[in-house]
Design a protein around this ligand. Sequence first.
Ligand code: NAI
Ligand code: MG
Length: 498
Amino acid sequence: MSSRIQPNTDPFALAREVSGHHVIDGKMTAPASGRMFDVVNPATGAVIGQAAEGGAADVDIAVAAAARAQKEWAKVPARQRGKLIAECGRLLNDHVEELGRLVALETGKALRTESRVEASVLADMFIFFGGLGSELKGETIPFNPDMLTMTLREPIGVVGAIIPWNVPLLLMAMKIAPAVVAGNSIVVKSAEEAPLTALRVVQLMQQVLPPGVVNILSGDGPACGAPLVAHPKVGKVTFTGSVETGKIVYKAAAEKLIPVTLELGGKSPMIVMGDADLERAVGGAITGMRFTRQGQSCTASSRIYVHDSIHDEFVSRLKAKVDAMKMGDPLDETTDIGTIISPDQFEKVGRYIRLGQETKGAKAHVCSALPTDPALNKGLFVQPVIFTEIHPDSPPAKEEIFGPVACIFRFTDYEEVIARANDSEYGLAATIWTRDLKTAMDATRRLEAGFVQVNQNLVVQATLSYGGVKNSGLGKEASLEAMLEHFTHKKTVIINMT
Ligand code: NAI
Ligand code: MG
């Protein structure tokens, strides 16, 4: 076997090594303009590397390469395509430590609690989809005894994928793996704030895949993402990010009448009934709120409705647990909570915290403690905040904050809490905590969300369709259904045998 790229677990050296490139047609490629932008470590404010500043010219080159490659790739037997994607998964598995450290450095997410976990889930997502090649089946239809009638699942062509910064590796895997197993090629546009680890993943994949099947560009949304969506040869767009940008992407795709998958934000409810296992529910609020990811999750359980009979006890236990979490250097193994991604997000989160503090009657419980290490004094650290007695119509209670801010509401009546949980523009996820089977069953039917869980708060799982209703988006990801419905065309064929 030819020599493979060896893992590099020094994230500072690796950030410099991969700086300044896209991956197009199998090669590390400098941007057409020659321009770069800085990549910053949010824990210190230091520049750790440069990313290629992509634009319409880079999009043209990458899409042309992807279109050429796709013609040959579609001829590779489906199961063989899957095997190659699974091989990418195994290869990425050898790089979990490297990828975890690099993503911790560029996003500020703590290595032990978040970044290393994300890197291993990335590999797992490739291995999962790699097994699904032979599931790209059509049907036979009993239309007419003289006419053999069937459907064929065919690839769409070139997919454009736009990803955000909060979980760049997992989210790119959820797009690349099904698209490519289905016989498409793909051009990914990474987020401005987290371009380097995503680039590294695609660089590593080139050791297994033919050139041009998976390409990645870095660059600004309007300058590089918009021309990718608008490109005439891009036949499908898959996007994860804000509602605002999702609508722009949807409109641009409508101009070409191409299919779109959108995974947008959330303000997910968590309902804790009076009979719930309290300790378990408190643990569920910690994982649900993604406190270890500074709350930067579209699925964050940021509206927590607790029955009046256990409200005060719930709040004090939750506060104690969040207080015990350690904020610090994301690369330090003892750190539970790292930093916010960027100055813009830092400012946005701070604004919501101030708004909450100014809301009449609201109580703000500020948890944990800022790190004291002087090396981190420019870091974008935000202490987690738990609001109680906050008005449900105040902005922190209604809008997606994407920060470590939980709002806890008191309730007494079940009907009322279901109505309040559903009173949101979003519908991504919801949980209910109860020992009563009837309540659990009733709530799972009535909660308006794409993903409802009882007595637990798992994150996205390979095999389970993931995606929201209302303003949380369109379409599903992470499952066989997602691959079939969103990355193939169904062709109807009739063979007249008379
Ligand atoms: P964004 O939606 O603007 O960015 C996501 C991706 O879209 C990035 O790669 C960006 O470059 C790209 N993009 C931006 N404008 C574009 C355009 N006109 N055409 C094509 N692509 C474009 O999100 P941003 O600015 O990073 O964060 C703003 C808010 O969005 C956050 O505070 C959070 O509330 C929400 N968000 C939700 C995410 C989710 O997982 N659903 C992920 C990231 C942010
Ligand atoms: Mg934006």
